[in-house]
Design a protein around this ligand. Sequence first.
Ligand code: ATP
Ligand code: MG
Length: 298
Amino acid sequence: MSIIIEGLNKIYPSGNHALKDVNLTIPSGMFGLLGPNGAGKSTLMRILVALMEPTSGKVSMFGYDLRTQKKDIRRILGYLPQDFRFFAKYKTYEFLDYAARLSGITNSRVRKQKVADMLEQVGLYDARDRFASRLSGGMKRRLGIAQALIHDPKIIIVDEPTTGLDPEERIKFRNILTNIAEHDVSIILSTHIVGDISSSCTHMTLMNRGQVSFFGSPEDLLKAAEGSVWLIHANDEEFHEIIEKYPVVATIPAEKGWDVQVVTKDIDPRYKAEAMVPNLEHAYVHFIDTTFNEWSNA
Ligand SMILES: Nc1ncnc2c1ncn2[C@@H]1O[C@H](COP(=O)(O)OP(=O)(O)OP(=O)(O)O)[C@@H](O)[C@H]1O
Ligand SMILES: [Mg+2]
């Protein structure tokens, strides 16, 4: 087991209780941290990379204690924050060289080689002379992952790396992560995009309002939602009732009325409803159910 989190709480000075008694054991491999805005994903990650102190609780990473062995932990850890920015003065290769120097690679020949390899690995070699701050969103994210990997960490923590990327860039980014994972680097990836989890993670957790509401494999998440997803054939009047009553995942106009997909444990037998095989998006809604209206209206 690579990371053991016990009884973790974070209360910000503002009084915001962002993590509420989080207990998690994160295995090696690719781990997905899924949750809506404000769930506490970034808070948890900032604590794991030793940038912020928890209010209470214990974290052990590869056997190191987060309270007393921060230096050791930083050595084996790479981090790509959610709001990563580049200084305007650096070209792409210069930025990476700077990151390499910071991480303690002092030999300039070694560093040059490392930077070139890294640029190659994330598909930025041809863009090495461009200013980092002027790269496209997807390229910036790839440069961000390169700086997190420059010192050969055992584990990297990436906070919402695919938000705002087009599908092609998201796929590129995911492929880079999969490639890294094959080289025995563990990855913790946070996202609110359900599709990022299904294609890459062996284990995952679902967080909501500072609490863990699910832990397991993406397949387990699907199983847990079985029997809670329905396709209702509704007339206009029923349709208006249904959208008030249940979390709706999809609405398709039908010949007479509507075909509505909803997620609920107790479906009203009055409706013409068929059980559906859940997909991950359904399962996500199933677990976030209680707060559904808040985030769907946000
Ligand atoms: N510096 C801070 N001071 C006070 N409250 C904060 C601070 N940072 C985050 N919070 C609050 O803590 C809670 C969790 O925020 P956090 O950023 O960890 O969520 P998140 O899951 O990363 O959300 P997102 O998907 O929007 O990035 C939210 O209610 C947020 O408003
Ligand atoms: Mg966040």
